[in-house]
Ligand binder design. Structure first.
Ligand code: NIG
Ligand code: FE
Length: 417
């Protein structure tokens, strides 16, 4: 659904551009008081000073929104999540609090593979209903586009089913959040292939990925490239095949140990390299050079008690940094945009302006959509966030608390109750 909408008296706060902002460009925002934003049939058709036309009947076919005293930003883009899954792993969280590591739990058959069992046991409606609940919460925190990964099926039927759930949510005319689907069949090695990781990679390349492409079910292909999961060589093989099939590439890189995932992402010209907690200096420079977006997920570092990724250094090295939540049932059961802002600024030393760019335009770039979303500019989708304050510093200052007053999707207004 799209609408005609005129917002006036806004304090406009937005990055500008149709591609990722790199390095110090990330801190440059366009800020304007008494701004008007016009949305026609869901697309932005004017951004600039108030013109007074809202008073004289010119806008009789538009919804009117007086944003006096409020900041208006682009809708947030959460460019890395695993929001479709069955079951939960609260017990595992308890084990981690007692000292077990994420990888210890995975090695003894828990972790991702335990969510795989629960997901395989769900039907389409169960998966869809649960995912829809999470999407609604994301929308209330200002998210208007989310990336969603498969990876809890690890067999052909369930992987395709997860992607079909995302497709069906995307077809809902009243959806508040657009979904960008990613194929993550290489998320873990399923029990059926235990000890035969190369055979599993072959199976994905020969039997699953062609079907995903044929049915247009995913735009991107991702791999959990990690010690004891998929090696650099296996990841390179799978992603090279994916590129040949027409997928855009993403990579879970250098999350737990430094393997050279950032370097691999740059070598393969991936659209993004994600996590990067242990990325090397050479890896960071390779990402900056190549223009691969460095997607940082501070909630996961927080939840796993791991050191934060070197966000400040990445920006200073000229990287385009995006921020995302990594919402998933295991390493990080949180889709909190407010806490993401706070951790990024407090612990990764981003400025608030850089964090805004990272959650809007650079998130869009990490999904190959910077030409359509991620800033408030003519020609882009009318996806916006209205804050309950005229001071955008509240996005981080108000720690972990939501200051989103209203989310606007394609010109349609969704007030927070
Ligand atoms: O991004 N590390 C791999 N994938 C997810 C975790 C998924 C899970 O634990 O269920 C991540 O952290
Ligand atoms: Fe992830």
């Amino acid at each position: 659904m799209t609408e005609n909408l005129i917002i006036f008296n806004a304090r406009l706060v937005t990055p500008q551009g149709f591609s990722a902002r790199k390095g110090k460009e990330m801190g440059e925002l366009w800020i304007m008081d008494n701004a008007t934003i016009e949305v026609t049939d869901g697309l932005i058709t004017y951004v600039g000073p108030n013109r007074g036309e809202e008073r004289d009947g010119y806008y009789q076919h538009y919804w009117h929104y007086n944003a006096r005293g409020r900041c208006v930003l682009p809708g947030f883009v959460d460019s890395h999540t695993h929001f479709v899954f069955g079951g939960e792993r609260a017990e595992e969280f308890g084990w981690r609090l007692r000292g077990d590591s994420y990888m210890d739990i995975m090695r003894r058959g828990g972790g991702i593979v335990s969510t795989v069992k629960a997901t395989r046991a769900c039907n389409h409606i169960q998966l869809r209903t649960h995912a829809e609940t999470l999407l609604k919460r994301m929308s209330q925190m200002g998210v208007t586009t989310v990336e969603g990964k498969s990876g809890y099926g690890l067999d052909k039927n369930t992987e395709l089913e997860m992607l079909r759930v995302m497709r069906s949510l995307n077809h809902d005319e009243h959806r508040r959040v657009d979904i960008v689907p990613t194929f993550l069949g290489a998320h873990a090695v399923p029990d059926e292939y235990r000890g035969r990781t190369d055979d599993y990679v072959d199976f994905l390349i020969r039997e699953v990925m062609p079907q995903v492409r044929e049915h247009g079910l995913a735009e991107f292909c991702d791999v959990f490239c990690e010690e004891g999961v998929f090696s650099i060589e296996q990841s390179r093989r799978l992603l090279t095949a994916a590129r040949d099939m027409g997928f855009g590439l993403k990579l879970h890189a250098d999350e737990i140990v430094p393997l050279g995932g950032a370097e691999l992402a740059a070598e393969l010209e991936a659209v993004s390299a994600d996590h990067l907690l242990h990325a090397s200096d050479a890896g960071i420079h390779a990402l900056a050079e190549q223009g691969t977006v460095a997607t940082l997920l501070p909630l996961t570092a927080f939840a796993l008690r791991e050191p934060y990724a070197r966000g400040r250094e990445m920006i200073d090295a000229g990287c385009a940094v995006a921020l995302a939540t990594d919402l998933n049932p295991g390493s990080c059961f949180s889709g909190s945009i407010p806490l993401t802002f706070a951790l990024a600024c407090i612990y990764m030393h981003l400025s608030i302006e850089e964090a805004i760019t990272a959650l809007t335009l650079n998130g869009a770039a990490a999904l190959g959509r910077a030409d359509r979303i991620g800033s408030i500019e003519v020609g882009k989708q009318g996806d916006m966030v209205v804050l309950n304050t005229d001071n955008y510093h509240f996005l981080t200052y108000y720690i972990g608390m939501n200051c989103v007053y209203t989310t606007i999707k394609g010109g349609v207004i969704y007030p927070n109750a």
